[in-house]
Design a protein around this ligand. Structure first.
Ligand SMILES: C[S@@+](CC[C@H](N)C(=O)[O-])C[C@H]1O[C@@H](n2cnc3c(N)ncnc32)[C@H](O)[C@@H]1O
Ligand SMILES: Nc1nc2[nH]cc(C(=O)O)c2c(=O)[nH]1
Ligand code: SF4
Ligand SMILES: [Mg+2]
Length: 227
C-alpha cells in the first residue's frame, strides 16, 4: 500500500493575512516545518530544524503558545479534521513555514480546493513550487545564500506576487536583477517589505516604492500584536 502523503507542521492558527496583496484576508495559517535556507533576519528560525527529537503530538503543538521548535506529522485528512475540531471559520489557507516548498503541496492544495478553500503559499523560491494552478503564489526571493540556496527562475515565473524583504540598497539591486526574468503576463505584483519593521528599512522601502512604482508590504499583524 502507498504511504499517504505526510506533512510536518510547526503550528496551525487562524488570523488575518498581514502581508502582501492579500493583506486583510481572514486565513488559516499552516506553518510547515523545516528550512535550510538560513536568512540571517528570518523571523521564524524555530521552524528550521527537522530534528526528530522535536516531534510531538498535534495536541501538544496546538496547546502551545509562543514560538517552539516542536512539530507534528499529519496526513491531509487529519489536518482537515483538526480545522473542524478548532471550528475555524476562515476560507483561505496560507501554507507557510519554514519552507513549504520542501514538500509536494499538490495533494494538499487539491484537497483544500475540493473543500472549498482558496489557497496561498509563501515561499523563498529555492525549491520547485509544487502546487495546483489555482494557488496564489508569493515568492520572497532569496539570493546568494550560504549553502548555495538561491531563487529559481521557474519560481519567479510562477509568482503571482514577489515580496522582497529589504533593509539595504543591495536588496533593491538584487530584486532589479531578478525582475529581468519576470516576463509573464500578467506581470507579478512587486512588494517591498521592510525587514523587522526597522525605521531605516521602512524609509528605504517607501522611497523605492515611490520611485519604481512598486508596492509597500508592512507586516501589519506585528503592528497590532496578533499572530
Ligand atoms: C517566514 S517566511 C516563510 C516562507 C518562506 N520560507 C519564505 O521565505 O518566503 C514568510 C515571509 O516572511 C518574510 N520574512 C521573514 N523574516 C522577516 C523579517 N524579519 N522581516 C520581514 N519579513 C520577513 C519572508 O521573506 C517571507 O516573505
Ligand atoms: N498574520 C500573519 N500574516 C502573515 N503573512 C505571512 C506570514 C508568514 O509568517 O509567512 C504571516 C504571519 O505569521 N502572520
Ligand atoms: S527562506 Fe523563509 S523560513 Fe527560510 S530562513 Fe529565509 S525567511 Fe526564514
Ligand atoms: Mg510571519
Amino acid at each position: 500500500m502507498q504511504t499517504p502523503t505526510e506533512y510536518k507542521i510547526n503550528e496551525v492558527f487562524e488570523s488575518i493575512q498581514g502581508e502582501g496583496a492579500l493583506t486583510g484576508v481572514p486565513s488559516i495559517f499552516v506553518r510547515l516545518q523545516g528550512c535550510p535556507v538560513g536568512c540571517a533576519w528570518c523571523d521564524t528560525k524555530h521552524t528550521w530544524t527537522l530534528d526528530e527529537q522535536f516531534q510531538v503530538s498535534s495536541e501538544q503543538v496546538m496547546a502551545e503558545s509562543g514560538e517552539s521548535e516542536n512539530w507534528f506529522a499529519t496526513s491531509i485528512e487529519q489536518l482537515l479534521n483538526l480545522f473542524d475540531r478548532h471550528q475555524y471559520q476562515a476560507k483561505n489557507i496560507i501554507l507557510t513555514g519554514g519552507e513549504p516548498c520542501m514538500y509536494d503541496l499538490r495533494p494538499l492544495c487539491k484537497a483544500l480546493f475540493d473543500k472549498g478553500y482558496t489557497v496561498s503559499v509563501e515561499t523563498s523560491g529555492t525549491y520547485e513550487i509544487k502546487v495546483t494552478p489555482e494557488t496564489w503564489v508569493t515568492v520572497s526571493p532569496k539570493v546568494d545564500m550560504k549553502g548555495g540556496f538561491k531563487v529559481r527562475e521557474d519560481a519567479i515565473l510562477r509568482a503571482n506576487e514577489i515580496k522582497h524583504p529589504v533593509a539595504m540598497e543591495k536588496h533593491i539591486e538584487e530584486l532589479e536583477n531578478l525582475l529581468v526574468w519576470a516576463t509573464q503576463i500578467p506581470a507579478p505584483l512587486v512588494y517591498l517589505q521592510p525587514i523587522s519593521q526597522q525605521k531605516r528599512a521602512t524609509e528605504l522601502a517607501v522611497k523605492t516604492c515611490i520611485a519604481k512604482n512598486w508596492r509597500l508590504s508592512l507586516q501589519t499583524h506585528k503592528f497590532i500584536g496578533i499572530e
